[in-house]
Design a protein around this ligand. Sequence first.
Ligand code: ADP
Ligand code: MG
Length: 695
Amino acid sequence: MDLSVRDIAYCKGVGTKRADILRHELKVVTALDMLHVYPYKYIDRSRIYRIAEIADEDTFVQIVGQITESHIIGVGKTARLVATFSDGDHVVELVWFRSIQYVKLELNQPYLLFGKPSRYNHTYNFVHPELTLMSKVSPEKIQGLEPYYNTTERMKSAGLNSKGVRTIIAALKPDLQQGVAETLGMDVVRRYHLMGMTEALSNIHFPKDTPTMRRARERFKFEELFYIQLSILRKMKRREQHEGYVMQTVGHHFHHFYQQCLPFPLTNAQKRVIREIQADLKSGRQMNRLLQGDVGSGKTLVALMCALLAADNGYQTCIMAPTEILANQHYQTVTQMLAKTSVRVALLTGSTTAKQREPLHRDLQDGTIDILIGTHALLEDNVQFANLGLCIVDEQHRFGVAQRARLWYKNSTPPHVLVMTATPIPRTLAMTVYGDLQTSIIDELPPGRKPIYTRHYSIQNRATVNRFIAEQVSLGRQVYVVFPLIKENEQLDLQDLQNGFNRLCDTFPQYKISMLHGQMKAADKEEQMRRFVAGETQILVATTVIEVGVNVPNASVMIIENAERFGLSQLHQLRGRVGRGAEQSYCLLLTRLELSKESRARMDVMVETNDGFRIAEADLKLRGPGDMQGTLQSGQPFELHIASLATDTQLLEKARQAAMEILSEDPLLENEQNRIYVNRLNILRLTQDNWSDIS
Ligand code: ADP
Ligand code: MG
């Protein structure tokens, strides 16, 4: 019977109970589904080691030898079985802790031993090794690569450990010979030199050698990435059919600002990006653009100038920021820059009072307000625009999907959308998570920026750090001290912050110190921030509420406490709060003395480079593919089973290209020969619909 319709319950070694578990844990329903459960690693079983050759702990080895002696140590629950295993020249020790009554050992018979050695005094130890009498070892077993499968606790409890899964899949091997239907078009298979479906399935589970196994895996990785790209790009093509407001005029507001109000010349990158956006705005199609730029690259100014273009064409703009502090800051910046113009700017946040709102709502609705800056508050239903033409979302990863969706629905015709990232994001992420957006990149910082000098200290060196603070303050500079705040143990973190504040007050009684955290009342926050901005306080102790956007040019020192608890992009974003004035700026990362390998690597990257694009790539590599959810608070729209956004960059590019080639000829996949792709997309049902409509 066709593997795609054969119920997994009726496959050899399964049955209804295991079938239930497989369906629940791995979404496996048919025999074919089972074949698409891919191994996560392989162990070369063709190599037999001599004991003297064992070099590494923790990698599996195989040895042929005999058990020379065995005995039980201890009694009852703590009893263990210990045996000595010799290959003729050397010995290793074997140990069993569990179910030792079932372990049957024959002395002085040749065995094949398989397991993971660990060093113990002067010998190697194998805990619960796999032992097979040589007379019972099947020749296949020691020929090739043995696949290992991920399992769950629930699977293990039903005997579906890696070996159990392997046995079920091995039993399906003969059926594979009938062939399994291709799920990629033959043109793609050929053009990209991919292994065909049947061959790839066979070689991913039972590879004859490493190169073949790699090719098989590559085919499935490609396929996985290809369908994601196809789905994203199809969405983009469909949206390109959406009409957008036509903003053709470059008028008075823009020209006046450009000629009279610009405090400094634009960088070439800023100019290029503004041209790219301008082209979108007049195209008649709705713009969906991602603006990437490093911290401090001047994205706000770009946003402002786009808003002026919209105003020149009679449209309103909203600029949405993730925090109140940041919205305030934008409002200050923008009103200052537009002081000598007739453009009307307003601010709307959670702390805007009902009394202030009334005229604001009215002015919005009759079009008196040109630019509305705010937080989530501007998503509320009662906030109605006369003619919203452009939505700019700043530091977008902090916004949830639903929130952006609401922006969209404020108009019958969708407004143009510009999404700005806080820090650069890795290329692979840009191609997947934001893959349906056009991208603009500001790859140049304004002139005269000095790289921020970054050092890593353990808290044992706090005295050095304090001396440094004193020295900088005496030079007239201001200092940030930032503590992590994590929702789960907010109380503890706030305690940390309070302790840190007290400690600084004790150490520096002569200085004025501000404190800022998210749980303070808005008015108090504002006051603390104001004092620091005005230079009335020398040190600002804060949680990450200051992470985004805050701009105090005289602050030239950023001290990050418990730096090991921050992710790389957050560290980089925090560091970007300094280095905004003319002075040499510093960032000191404070951590515990003992660090995990990964934390240390993160500190090293920070010390080494100021380049946000490099940091973003390093971040993804360090954290690996599994942990992207944290970065993308909007959630990951799809799950990767075999491909990795950390390492499969080139494959992803190929997959994107393949998808693009198909869509450029047949944008809506209507041709008969592309039916295979439509069907597959329907089956995979990548949940793009839930999110990408909105940005
Ligand atoms: P980000 O891209 O991180 O949002 P901002 O827009 O906050 O960066 O800009 C950072 C700082 O750089 C601001 O103080 C801004 O006034 C300044 N700036 C922006 N563009 C230029 C430029 N072309 N030349 C000099 N300074 C600039
Ligand atoms: Mg910014």
